[in-house]
Write a protein of this length. Structure first.
Length: 465
């Protein structure tokens, strides 16, 4: 068996925050794009608002499988850095980019199918038409989005989380500027409305990818890691399939769980009316910004977990997870307090055009308060499940999240809406039940210690050379 020298790992609160703050800002910049799209399109009315926000959600659902797969690149990079195998780590960046290229080719082929898929939804014809145009355009940028995640997660595994921040801030600035020009029709452009928002997002995503890809192709490596040995760029098919072996469950986890959410929104919640959908999607946009710090903290914790496991310091992992969860939950507690104290002013930001301001603000305020409770549990789930992903325990998390989503959450939601006649607040409360049960499930799995026995990188399987 080949023996690799181990790198010492420190995993205190300071290290967690140093890694987390760029991820927090990067994820917040991502969420700000959706927030800006919703706020800047709201003047066109509830049909345009529902089509843009739900179209963005559906687009994310189409890219979530490959995005979930390339998240495992961070786990491989972190563990290989802990093993001092920097050349091996760099190859996984290329595997992520290869998957991004395949994703874009599939997206091109899927564009003609968008209208057929939406024809079976419960949206009004006006919303269907706008959403078909929006999603068809957004598919042109899916490969770039996956590429940003691949390289951002790879650099994150190396301990440099600033590159993903640079890419996403670039995308945010470009997106908001182009929204102003294309939605409203400034600087000589004709007003394009919903289509303008989609085009702005596509261009912005490619701009962000070009930034991080240029840095990668120029050979930048974090100073703490050091240079890459010659020959590191030669790709190995067994490594690529190993990435898929551990990454596919993570991608399926995201995809199938998100598919349940899309069914909930597009079929169950859509039956409650366009105003209800607009209110829920607006709440999700607000939550997207508020939750990103917790997501960033969980990602930073996963980097530290991966590096600790790669260095053979498994006993550090429980403390890392506990610290990450406490900080993330503290943040979500503060967010929940804001939701309870000032929900109406938050929702009023989106009440323009023919959207009834009082109705949207009133309904959205109730949904926002409910979301404060589920996000607290979601922070706990994310902290633990990201640690399990860093260890390579992706298959079990897939079974737990998908099983509970499809066997508990969706049936419960259908019973509440169709059986009990519950409205938007009752349907939204089903989220809370789902996240409570999921918190218990992932906590039990982590406490079992099964993650300690997983060999993600396969180093114990390699013969001596």
């Amino acid at each position: 068996m080949r023996v690799y020298p181990r790198a010492p790992v420190t995993a205190g609160l300071r290290q967690l925050l140093i890694l987390a703050w760029p991820i927090v800002l990067a994820r917040s910049a991502q969420a700000a794009i959706g927030f800006a799209d919703a706020a800047m399109i709201a003047h066109l009315g509830k049909d345009a608002l529902a089509a843009t926000t739900t179209g963005a959600l559906n687009t994310f659902g189409l890219m979530i499988l490959p995005m979930g797969i390339v998240f495992i690149v961070q786990s491989f990079a972190a563990q290989l850095v802990g093993q001092k195998d920097i050349s091996g780590a760099r190859r996984y960046a290329w595997y992520g980019l290869l998957l991004a290229a395949v994703t874009q080719l599939v997206a091109f082929a899927a564009i003609p199918l968008v209208g057929l898929g939406l024809a079976h939804s419960n949206y009004t014809p006006a919303v269907q038409t706008l959403m078909t145009s929006y999603i068809g355009l957004r598919l042109l940028g899916i490969g770039a989005a996956v590429g940003i995640e691949a390289l951002g997660n790879w650099y994150g595994g190396l301990g440099d989380t600033r590159l993903v921040l640079l890419a996403n801030v670039t995308a945010m600035v470009v997106n908001i500027g182009l929204n102003w020009m294309l939605i409203y029709g400034h600087l000589g452009f004709a007003p394009m409305g919903v289509a303008g928002a989609a085009i702005a997002s596509v261009i912005a995503t490619w701009a962000g990818f070009v930034v991080v890809a240029t840095v990668f192709l120029r050979g930048y490596m974090p100073g703490s890691v050091g240079p890459v040995a010659a020959g590191a760029g030669r790709l190995r098919w067994p490594e690529f399939t190993r990435m898929l072996r551990f990454g596919l469950p993570n991608g399926l986890n995201w995809f199938l769980e998100f598919s349940a959410f899309l069914i909930f929104v597009n079929l169950i919640f859509a039956d409650l009316g366009t105003l209800a959908v607009a209110a829920l999607m607006t709440v999700m946009q607000v939550n997207g910004i508020a939750f990103m710090p917790a997501f960033g903290l969980s990602s930073a914790g996963a980097i530290l977990v991966g590096q600790a496991i790669g260095a053979g310091q498994h006993d550090l992992v429980p403390a890392i997870v506990r610290r990450t969860g406490l900080v993330a939950a503290s943040w979500q507690g503060l967010v929940g307090l804001v939701y309870v104290v000032a929900p109406v002013p938050i929702m009023a930001l989106f009440a323009e055009g023919d959207v009834d301001a009082s109705e949207l603000a009133s309904l959205g305020a109730v949904l926002l308060a409910i979301s404060a409770a589920w996000q607290l549990f979601d922070a706990a789930v994310m902290s633990i499940s990201e640690a399990l992903r860093a260890a390579g325990d992706t298959a079990w998390v897939l079974y737990a999240r998908v099983g509970l989503a499809w066997l508990v959450w969706l049936p419960l939601s259908m019973w509440v809406v169709y059986g009990l006649g519950g409205g938007p607040p009752a349907a939204t409360a089903c989220f809370l039940v789902y996240f409570i049960t999921l918190t218990v499930a992932v906590w039990w799995r982590f406490r079992s210690g099964a993650w300690r026995r997983i060999d993600l990188t396969g180093r114990n399987e390699l013969p001596v050379v």
